[in-house]
Design a binder for this molecule. Structure first.
Ligand code: RNT
Ligand code: ZN
Length: 413
């Protein structure tokens, strides 16, 4: 018997069908963020990274243009099993020298990305307006700015992005999640916490006044607790966006680096599912702050995956990755984080979820605890290996990444 066959039998003993788990895993889409490849710099040359987020490190091989970013992404995709989507930021527009600012970006600026995504056989493209790294961010504010010219510029940018998102959905024949995250906030104690939020509300109302096809574009709003240099106040905090989304039929995006340190997104997911038909995620790993470290197969990630799987929410929870590490090989960073998410989903799919639920409902908490502990020792690794084999990807991706580094990345000086 092979290692997998032994594992399959072990799982069968607790009533879990590993074949079904493998099949289901291959169908759960994960959106891969393009911005890990170039340290969130973007291709529109609008400005250095700003907005209270930061990449640290100076590892060789940052993708400096569209061709390099595409090449790196293809290597990363080839090492990722399962169903992949591409997550783009507006700052990755392909302008080909045209003098056009973000308030007037058009679908055609993303046509080459569509072509790439189709060539790669991706499941779809998701999109993000880019409210940072740009001279129209004034005093750290965009949609909440008291300066009407500034506020209008960003409202127009977002409207342009809805059109682009609709185009991406049509082209890819799959919905497009358009996620709004703005960096707006204050470094020190503000004198007025309400007015910026009312301006943000007004801006969102204006943005949503344009018609768009809701079956194609899912608009999400991403809250945050603080950013670097904007530690004292964030305009778009959790309460603001959750209320706005509920009242206006939008989706909330939960980034697990955006909450107070003892809050966990895994516990928020079921609460959101009780009220929304969709919830979006930015899966990341904060180390002491919203540091956006590479996602690893760790406890909270496992909990997040469990909430998605055991609530039958693999189509309701839109999973996207969001991290940026410039201190290690960026392709490896992509693959490691993506695979960690898949491992966590596989782990969740291999749990006797119904049985565990029943134990909870029957108040058999001693048995629940022992069973949950036993599950931790099951041969997940053997099923993971089998999954990779069936998906035609090698378990050891380091060698391939290193090869590419030696042959391609080292030339980028
Ligand atoms: C920032 C947010 C946001 C960005 C990306 C680049 O704290 O998490 O989602 O990381 O849009
Ligand atoms: Zn995020």
């Amino acid at each position: 018997m092979t290692k997998y066959e032994y594992a399959k039998a072990d799982y069968a003993e607790i009533g879990v069908d590993s074949e079904q788990a493998i099949e289901k895993l291959a169908k759960i889409p994960i959106s891969v963020h393009c911005w890990q490849g170039d340290d969130v710099i973007g291709l529109d040359g609008a400005g250095a990274l700003s907005g209270g987020i930061q990449t640290t490190g100076n590892y060789i091989g940052r993708a400096r243009n569209f061709e390099e970013l595409k090449a790196d992404l293809s290597v990363a995709f080839s090492l990722m099993p399962g169903k992949k989507r591409l997550n783009l930021h507006a700052s990755y527009a392909i302008l080909n020298g045209e003098k056009v600012d973000r308030n007037a970006y058009r679908p055609e600026h993303f046509a080459s990305w569509v072509q790439f995504a189709k060539e790669q056989g991706l499941d779809g493209i998701d999109f993000n307006p880019t409210f940072f790294s740009h001279s129209m961010v004034k005093d750290g504010l965009t949609l909440s700015s008291p300066d009407e010219t500034v506020r209008k510029f960003w409202v127009d940018h977002c409207k342009a992005c809805i059109k682009i998102s609709e185009y991406l959905a049509t082209e890819m024949n799959s919905h497009c999640l358009m996620n709004i995250w703005i960096p707006d906030g204050y470094k020190d104690v503000p004198a007025d916490r309400l007015s910026p939020r009312l301006r943000l509300k007004q801006s969102l109302d204006e943005i949503l006044s344009i018609p768009y096809d809701k079956s194609k574009v899912v608009i999400a709003v991403e809250s945050k607790v603080f950013g670097i240099g904007v530690e004292s106040y964030t305009v778009g905090n959790s309460e603001f966006y959750m209320n706005y989304a509920a009242k206006n039929g939008l989706c909330c995006l939960l980034d697990n680096g955006h909450y107070h340190p003892t809050e966990v997104v895994s516990d928020k997911i079921p609460s959101m599912l009780a009220f929304y038909d969709k919830v979006a995620l930015h899966v990341t790993r904060g180390v002491r702050w919203d540091s956006d470290h590479v996602v690893l197969y760790e406890d909270e990630l496992k909990e997040i995956a469990k909430e998605i799987v055991r609530n039958n929410a693999t189509e309701k929870v839109l999973i996207g990755l969001d991290y940026f590490d410039a201190s290690i090989n960026r392709i490896s960073a992509w693959v490691t984080g993506y695979r960690a998410m898949q491992k966590a989903l596989l782990n969740a799919l291999l749990l006797p979820n119904e049985r565990l639920k029943t134990l909870q409902n029957e108040g058999k908490f001693t048995e629940l605890m022992t069973m949950q502990e036993e599950c931790k020792m099951l041969p997940l690794g053997a099923v993971w290996q089998e999954y990779l084999t069936r998906q035609n990807v090698a378990e050891d991706y380091f060698a391939e990444v290193q090869n590419y580094e030696n042959n391609v990345l080292k030339e980028r000086k």
